[in-house]
Design a protein around this ligand. Structure first.
Ligand code: GRF
Length: 205
């Protein structure tokens, strides 16, 4: 199979993007970050693309806070298709995508979320975990479906919640695992080893 071409959607700091870039550079992931798209003009993730010499592009999200405008979605779809991406990786992308967008990339769009789904979907996830009092949290890589943080789960990693944790300390512990499992999940995808049956994803040998 030809080298996997990945389009990454970001809104912020881009540490997961950086982890993917580093994995490709280290040969841990046989893939190319073909394009990075941000809905935030001054996202640090775009700065990273400049440093790394990767095509990065800002798309004006339109007036709504949690969703993109139709124009923005159309522009992103066209841009990703023109870049011939095999996979779309959401990496700290903070908007909910429309059902039409999700259908366009069905079975080839992944997200990383900093909790053990289905616990704590949505926002302020580490604080939700602390407030609930769980003893373990973690992160999840899943296929994107038309719900929020609800698609079939590929890999999860658990981390302990420690006495004295703050949102920041817990987030940092989870982030280290995010960086590891996003590469791992994309590697399996690129090897054609993920089989989706209903909600269950199995890893083919
Ligand atoms: C990560 O915790 C990711 O799971 C969540 O948003 C955060 C983005 O961090 N969806 P970064 O921009 O990749 O550093």
């Amino acid at each position: 199979m030809a080298r996997l071409r990945i389009g990454v959607l970001v809104s912020g700091r881009g540490s997961n993007l950086q982890a993917l870039i580093d994995s490709t550079k280290a040969g841990k992931l046989d893939a190319e970050i073909a394009l990075v798209i941000s809905d935030v003009a001054d996202a640090f993730a775009l700065e990273r693309t400049r440093t790394e010499g990767i095509p990065g592009r800002y798309v004006d999200p339109g007036p709504r806070r949690s969703r993109l405008s139709e124009d923005a979605e159309a522009e992103i779809i066209t841009t990703l298709d023109e870049a011939r991406v095999d996979l779309v990786a959401l990496a700290g992308f903070m908007r909910i995508l429309s059902p039409a967008f999700v259908r366009h990339f069905k079975g080839r769009m992944l997200n990383i979320h900093p909790s053990l789904l289905p616990s704590f979907p949505g926002l302020h996830v580490q604080q939700q975990a602390l407030d609930y009092g769980v003893k373990f949290s973690g992160c999840t890589v899943h296929f994107v479906d038309e719900g929020v943080d609800s698609g079939p789960i590929i890999i999860q990693a658990a981390v302990p919640v420690l006495d004295g944790d703050t949102e920041e300390t817990l987030a940092a512990r989870i982030l280290r695992e995010e960086h590891r499992i996003y590469t791992e999940a994309i590697k399996l995808f690129g090897e054609g080893r993920l089989k989706i049956e209903g909600r269950r994803v199995t890893v083919l040998p």
